[in-house]
Design a protein around this ligand. Structure first.
Ligand code: NAD
Length: 255
């Protein structure tokens, strides 16, 4: 029998990771690069990305750092124009940039609310649109991976607008997957459980944080590397039949 290729080789692909200046975005860029993809790493401050760009390029990968505030919706078209001009138009989009404002709902200001929804929900929609518009016009296959959260399915205290945005992105994933199912664009989501990053590190040393960890079956935070498998599946050849799904990777926290 001919040997089957069961790997997830991403050579020849270009992956764009938003919010790649810290946390999960850094890991996603490193993993996609290790699998052979060139990576476009973006965040608001390009200088914060320089270290990761140098690390990946120094290891024989290919990384390009570009400043992008994902909430600057008027800039998305010219952002992709710039990538096309450098022959770095991605065919894998990881909508990872995200933020939260932890407050009881009653204390939320309209600006707090807008910031969370603009970053976590509106921006991924318009990034996905401009990305897909290019590939649909070219007739190319492409992948979109939206980083949702277990908060898309579960109530996380003090995070109602955040959970609203993550629930929204799960439905957006399904809607776009359906719209582009015949256009060779696969759209999926990953719902991570709690992993220590800059978005939540203030919390885990507090009594409340310690209690929360103790309430989970494995009594620990999940690890960034726990997401590697789902990411590579959704980005690579093995995931070609998957679209419109949301994969939970939470180390059992929300069973
Ligand atoms: P993080 O704070 O370390 O990373 C978020 C990144 O998004 C940062 O680089 C930040 O600068 C960037 N970002 C925020 N607003 C932006 C904007 N307007 N334009 C461009 N970049 C912007 O946190 P993280 O945990 O790595 O979060 C990454 C994603 O994972 C987020 O969408 C988050 O909601 C999601 N998530 C995280 C966890 C967790 O426990 N860490 C769990 C579930 C989901």
């Amino acid at each position: 029998m001919e040997k089957m290729d069961t790997g997830n080789d991403l050579s020849g692909h270009i992956a764009l990771v938003t919010g790649a200046s810290s946390g999960l975005g850094v890991r996603f860029a490193q993993v996609l690069s290790a699998a052979g993809a060139a990576v476009v790493i973006t965040a608001r401050r390009a200088e914060k990305l320089a270290e990761l760009e140098a690390e990946i390029n120094g290891q024989g990968g290919k990384a390009l750092a570009v400043a992008l505030d994902v909430t600057d919706l008027d800039n998305i078209g010219s952002f992709f124009d710039g990538l096309r001009a450098q022959d770095m138009m991605p065919d894998i989009l990881v909508n990872n940039a995200g933020m939260n404002v932890v407050k009881p709902a009653l204390d939320y200001t309209p600006d707090d609310y807008r910031q969370v929804l603009d970053t976590n929900l509106t921006a991924p929609f318009f990034l996905a649109n401009e990305f897909a518009r290019h590939h649909i016009a070219e007739g190319n296959a492409a992948r979109i991976i939206n980083i949702a959260s277990v908060g898309g399915y579960n109530v996380l205290p003090g995070l109602t607008p955040y959970c609203t945005s993550k629930s929204g992105i799960i439905m957006m994933t399904r809607g776009l997957a359906r719209e582009w199912a015949n256009k060779k664009i696969n759209v999926n989501a990953i719902c991570p459980g709690y992993i220590e990053t800059e978005i939540n590190d203030f919390w885990w040393q507090t009594e409340g944080g310690k209690k929360q960890i103790a309430s989970w079956p494995r009594r620990r935070l999940a690890s960034k590397s726990d997401l590697d498998g789902a990411l590579l599946l959704l980005a690579g050849p093995q995931g070609s039949g998957m679209t419109g799904t949301a994969i939970t990777v939470d180390d059992g926290q929300y069973i």
